[in-house]
Write a protein that binds this ligand. Structure first.
Ligand SMILES: [Zn+2]
Ligand SMILES: [Zn+2]
Length: 217
């Protein structure tokens, strides 16, 4: 699998040249190979990334997204915030998965690079560290995947997923278009979630003031 188009596309979406994005791209590709599957053209796969929201290596998740096709838009990528650069890739047709984690030695080498030090001291990932990211990313691309990652055996994992809904309706109150299951008919009116909440608050306000009597100054 030629990873360069996915790294280019991922970098464009991510916003800066990012060594963890290269790691995520390689991890995602390796996971697909272990599962014997192609990219998620539709919703064939699902990725669970193990980074928390405060991880410096967020590019890892974007690498996984672009190479596997498990995008946020298709709701095929989730976080399990364990503070690890790891991913579990699920083959939804066969209810099985594989877990790929970045080896501690790889993390150790990455955290010794000038790129990492520049990011760490500035708290920024672009600008000053951009020219340092290139050589670090190239180095991660040139070594065999077994030296970068640890792989679990393929294990059973099935997850219930909703199937797509194709029916839109208009909210009788705000007039916005809303997917039908999100706007049930209540007292003869189709209301979106926001308008349901508003109408509930209005009804509550009216009933409170009825029982309290008129508001006194
Ligand atoms: Zn980044
Ligand atoms: Zn509405």
């Amino acid at each position: 699998m030629d990873l360069l188009p996915f790294i280019r596309c991922g970098t464009l979406a991510h916003g800066h040249l990012c060594p963890p994005l290269v790691l995520g791209t390689r991890a995602g590709a390796a996971a697909m190979e272990r599962l014997g599957v192609g990219r998620a053209v539709e919703r064939e796969l699902l990725a669970i990334v193990e980074l928390g929201s405060d991880h410096y290596a967020q590019g890892f998740a974007d690498g996984v997204q672009f190479v596997t096709g498990c995008t946020f838009g298709k709701e095929l990528i989730f976080r399990l915030p364990h503070g690890k650069a790891g991913v579990q890739l699920v083959d939804q047709a066969r209810d099985r998965a594989v877990r790929v984690t970045v080896r501690p030695e790889t993390i150790g080498r990455l955290e010794e690079t000038e790129w990492f030090r520049a990011c760490q001291s500035s708290g920024q990932f672009a600008n000053g560290s951009d020219q340092l990211a290139g050589p670090t990313a190239d180095a991660l691309l040139s070594v065999p995947e077994d030296s970068l990652f640890t792989f679990s055996p393929v294990f059973p994992l099935g997850l219930d997923r909703p199937s797509p809904t194709f029916e839109s309706v208009r909210c009788d109150s705000c007039g916005e278009s809303v997917l039908a299951p999100y706007a049930p008919v209540i007292d003869g009116q189709r209301l979106c979630a926001v308008c349901q909440e508003r109408s509930r608050a209005r009804a509550e306000f009216i009933s409170q003031h009825r029982s309290d009597g008129p508001i006194k100054e």
